[in-house]
Ligand binder design. Structure first.
Ligand code: SAM
Length: 226
């Protein structure tokens, strides 16, 4: 077994993963596969899932929380509407430097804007009901705190995609089986998942792909909805 699925199934799905269009993305993937680098980027099956979601939505505005080296921003930019924009939040200077370089090499400086600083503060500066998609991929213990802001900045009918919500499967285990140091993250992630599944503002699902992905639709974009 892998962390949250049978490893032979994960390996098979990863073998089907398509080579990205962007040479920068292919380069980052190759470096990670060869273990030359250990940058945290979305897993191949999550990348493919995002490609499908974004192809359906054709977003004009995307907010990402957690840029790292810019891999997912560059990937998402391939599915933007013409003149679409991505805003991405990152607090770690090393990552900001790497992402800035990769975004420049990809020729996407006008499309992807990095806002530097802790999302605790930078999220508050963003406009309400502005984004078609919010991709949350940062410190898992913060998801429950960032959720109200994610809902505020999403357009009605927008989509919140949250990565790593199953935390290697530990979220599904009793807290007494979890190492004491991990218990805060465990209970915060459980709070987050319970809240999105029971919110009046969202329709959500949790999927066991990658390290767990939650998909939440913000109610209000369809005239048939009350
Ligand atoms: N989305 C990226 C990708 O797939 O290419 C990977 C993001 S990585 C898993 C998480 C990133 O979030 C790290 O670079 C970390 O520094 C950043 N981060 C974590 N907590 C943050 C916070 N509160 N504010 C801003 N950035 C944060």
């Amino acid at each position: 077994m892998s962390e949250i699925s049978y490893s032979y199934i994960v390996e098979y799905i990863r073998a089907l993963h398509t080579v990205p269009n962007s040479s920068i993305l292919a380069e980052i993937e190759t470096q990670i596969a060869s273990e030359a680098e250990t940058w945290p980027i979305i897993k191949p099956e999550v990348a493919d899932f995002m490609r499908v979601q974004l192809s359906l939505i054709k977003p004009s505005t995307i907010l990402e929380i957690g840029t790292a080296v810019g891999y997912s921003s560059i990937l998402m930019s391939e599915y933007l509407n013409k003149n679409g924009k991505i805003t991405t939040l990152e607090r770690f200077p090393y990552m900001i430097q790497k992402a800035t370089k990769n975004i420049k090499r990809a020729g996407l400086e006008k499309t992807i804007e990095i806002i530097e600083g802790d999302a605790v503060n930078t999220l508050l500066t963003l406009p309400s009901a502005h984004y078609d998609v919010v991709f949350m991929d940062c410190a898992k213990g913060q998801y429950i705190n960032f959720l109200p802001e994610c809902i505020r900045v999403l357009k009605p009918g927008g989509l919140l995609i949250t990565d790593n919500v199953l935390h290697k499967g530990s979220v599904a285990k009793s807290r007494y089986l979890i190492d004491r140091r991990q218990r805060t993250t465990h209970s915060r992630l459980r709070d987050f998942l319970w809240t999105i599944m029971h919110s009046d503002e969202l329709v959500s699902t949790v999927m066991p792909i990658g390290d767990g992905v939650a998909l939440s639709y913000k109610i209000g974009g369809n005239t048939n909805e009350s």
